[in-house]
Design a protein around this ligand. Structure first.
Ligand code: ADP
Ligand code: ZN
Length: 729
């Protein structure tokens, strides 16, 4: 039970300020509960904080300041405080950062009030302009969302006078609305689709888990199109019928609109949404409604895990293998793993859904820690695509051409039948490298140890590390030769050029995340493709993520070997997942699909595993290799990156750390490095890496703390620790 503190009592307060400790205050007028969100005076400022518990008694009472007031938001629940503490402990993140993650909604300190919001009106404007059209489009496409004037103008990319003009004409309506209205009720009694035998068994198992009211984690494995979504929506229905809340995490914002539609079909209304594309006004509403119980279900990105659910009963992590669940800057956490932690604290069921689970999850299921449910066939007529390799050693291709004659013939056959073909290449831009044919210089980023990627569409060179871009130079920056710069290797934009030459009459659509100015534009392209508005789709990995293109029957993978290079511990697993996922896009309708993999090494074990489709044996062999090497999921890793504007201080700190490795050795662990990181410079900072390896059951975090504690970071040196690192850049 939360404790109540009378006015004047000492309380410890956690604030979002980067301090390493709790601050002691006196409870404000009227007293406060443990967990209350409060405004606290700090120097000349007022900051937000949470009452964390009783304050220290040591201080001189006369020097203690009183909290200003208790904010009008529901107090933080004990489970949430525990969750934040445990994520902070696990990831070695200071609590002030954790609190920031949990309060990423603006205006929490403002009292509830009326404000003007803007909705679609009933009249047509007298005259349509491009700007007006954009405003109406935004309102149409996000009808459930509340917009303030500023947000609407920003989202549509117009000035606020355009919106006001539309209000005058009655095409947009302005209304006074209380902030933070509850979400429409989701009718969980509505009947879902009739499930097949497999689906019904899986759904019943998940429902039973939810009914138990206890924690449990389940791997829901099924090929794309097998009905995983239908099955876990049944678990959502059960959860809502218990009066508890459900959270569904998706790896990609572009997937939300399709998903919202399905929820609406199933439950008669849309759930709350939480991701970077949601307006600030809406975020505040979601945060509050989740806390008050005015939102039954949330669809979100990984940060939705930190929403203040009143009573969460189910967390679904869809496409659980997706690497975007790992947050790679700020607080480094895996949303998949933290979802399981949150479920265990809240007595919630956690469902990890995937066609190609991560080895971690597969191993947890093998070990009996997670239940496992399998959907073995596709729903309805659809069958899994056939997979074949194209041995590139036997294909004759001129230079700067990547579509083999065999693939070209197959594509032609499909589009002549009115079907769609996908050309897959996981590389954005036009060409990964630009080289000077006179002196051999390769154009690199000024701030990073990376080559710049030509983006012909933008007419610029872009650094994929730091985002820096510059115009394509006319002359070589080194030897100044003119007209000698040449692209090397393909990106999707270059594939589009080749496709236009090989198939001059085909309608081509390119799907690459950087080609779209907004999530809306990307969504429009996806809808166009789904409706059959393109014959050939050229795509990067965003096409691998769950979109449903019924006319797509052929997938051609331009470079199946791409992910196999490099020393990354997960190279094989990632390649396997990505290619199986992409291939799974083919043949979801009633025509059987075919996937063709262009490869120079068709006998490579990973390529063979992909082709054979024998996933269990792939995982088993991958698992035994990792077990032998003592790496995750059978051992533990932590990455340490030290960065600084000069290389020397970073390297000397690294060397000193490596020498002081006693606390790590004590738990049976080892420190490797220091070594320059694979990308040795990013944004002008030199980077040095160390890697810590420890046995699975070792107390890694406390050893890391003991190891790092004696070292002060001097000057402009930064150090970050990545527990369970996913990428090693
Ligand atoms: P997954 O999530 O495994 O990719 P989905 O749940 O999206 O699969 O199902 C694929 C398609 O098949 C969807 O259009 C879905 O509506 C349909 N479907 C799946 N199961 C059923 C069912 N039992 N009855 C009717 N349609 C179904
Ligand atoms: Zn850069």
């Amino acid at each position: 039970m939360a404790e109540f503190f009378d006015e004047g009592a000492r309380v410890a307060v956690l604030t979002t300020q980067p301090l390493d400790r709790l601050l002691t205050y006196r409870a404000p007028e009227g007293g406060c509960w443990e967990g209350a969100f409060v405004e606290a005076p700090l120097g000349p400022r007022r900051v937000m904080g949470v009452v964390w518990g009783p304050g220290e008694q040591g201080f001189d009472a006369s020097k203690l300041r009183a909290l200003v007031r208790v904010l009008d938001v529901p107090p933080m629940r004990a489970e949430m405080a525990e969750f934040l503490t445990r994520v902070g402990d696990y990831t070695l993140t200071p609590m002030s950062f954790m609190l920031r993650l949990a309060t990423r909604a603006p205006g929490l300190t403002n009292p509830p009030s009326m404000r003007k919001i803007y909705r679609l009106g009933h009249r047509e404007p007298d005259r349509m302009t491009e700007a007006r059209e954009r405003v109406l489009e935004v309102l149409e496409s996000q009808a459930q969302s509340a917009f303030t004037l500023k947000e609407l103008a920003e989202e549509a990319g117009v000035t606020s006078s355009v919106v006001k003009g539309l209000v005058k004409q009655g095409a947009v309506e302005e209304e006074e609305s209380p902030r933070d209205l509850p979400f429409a009720h989701l009718d969980y009694t509505a009947k879902g689709k009739d499930l097949t035998g497999d689906q019904a068994t899986a759904s019943e198992a998940l429902r039973a888990g939810v009914r138990s009211g206890d924690f449990g984690a389940t791997l829901l494995r099924g090929v794309t199109g097998s009905g995983k979504t239908e099955v876990y929506l049944e678990a959502v229905a059960e959860c809502l019928s218990q009066g508890r809340q459900a959270l569904v995490l998706l790896p990609e914002i572009a997937l939300t609109s399709e998903f919202l539609k399905r929820v609406e079909e199933r439950f008669g209304a849309k759930p709350a949404e939480w991701h970077s594309g949601v307006t600030m006004t809406e975020r505040r509403r979601v945060w509050r409604m989740v806390a008050e119980g005015g939102a039954q279900m949330v669809i979100g990105a990984r940060s939705a895990l930190y929403l203040p659910f009143r009573d969460i009963g189910l967390i679904v992590v869809d496409e659980e293998h997706d690497s975007s669940y790992k947050q790679e800057d700020g607080v480094l956490y895996s949303a998949r793993d933290m979802a399981v932690l949150r479920g265990s604290i809240n007595g919630a069921q956690v469902v990890l859904a995937s066609a190609t689970p991560s080895l971690e999850t597969w191993a947890n299921a093998e070990a009996g820690k997670y239940k496992r449910l399998d959907l073995t066939s596709r729903f309805g007529e659809a069958v899994l695509p056939e997979m074949r390799a194209i041995d590139m050693r036997n294909e004759s291709l001129p230079g700067n051409r990547w579509i083999s004659p065999t693939l070209a013939t197959a594509v032609r056959g499909r589009i002549e039948e009115g079907e769609q073909a996908l050309i897959f290449l996981n590389r954005r831009g036009y060409a990964p490298v630009t080289v000077c044919r006179a002196c051999g210089h390769q154009i690199g980023c000024d701030h990073c140890d990376a080559r710049m990627v030509e983006h012909r569409f933008l007419k610029r060179l872009v650094c994929h590390q730091c985002g820096e871009s510059k115009p394509m130079p006319e002359a070589c920056p080194t030897c100044e030769a003119v007209d000698k710069l040449a692209p090397v290797g393909p990106g999707v934009e270059r594939m589009a050029e080749e496709v236009a030459e090989v198939f001059p009459d085909a309608r081509v659509a390119v799907l690459s995340s950087d080609l779209f100015a907004s999530a809306r534009a990307l969504k429009a392209q996806i809808e166009l493709i789904a409706a059959g508005g393109a014959d050939i789709i050229i795509g990067t990995q965003i096409v691998a993520k769950g979109h449903n293109f019924p006319k797509l029957t052929l997938v051609g993978v331009i470079d199946a070997d791409l992910g196999l290079q490099g020393s990354d511990l997960r190279a094989a697993e990632r390649t396997f997942q990505l290619i199986r996922q992409v291939a799974g896009r083919a043949g979801r309708g009633d025509v059987a699909g075919l996937a063709l993999l262009q490869t120079f090494q068709p006998e490579h074990p990973v390529i063979r595993a992909i082709l054979s489709g024998d996933e269990e044996s792939f995982w088993r062999s991958e698992a035994s290799e990792r077990q032998a090497a003592g790496v995750p999921p059978y051992g533990r890793l932590a990455g340490v990156v030290i960065s600084s504007p000069e290389i020397d201080p970073a390297m000397s700190l690294g060397t000193a750390l490596a020498r002081a490795d006693a606390p790590i050795r004590k738990i049976g662990g080892q420190v490797f490095g220091p070594a320059p990181a694979p990308i040795a410079r990013i944004r002008g900072r030199h980077r040095v890496r160390l890697l810590v390896k420890a046995p699975k059951s070792a107390p890694l975090q406390s050893a890391l703390r003991a190891w790092l504690a004696p070292f002060d970071l001097k000057g402009d040196i930064r150090l970050s620790v990545d527990i369970d690192p996913q990428s090693f850049y």
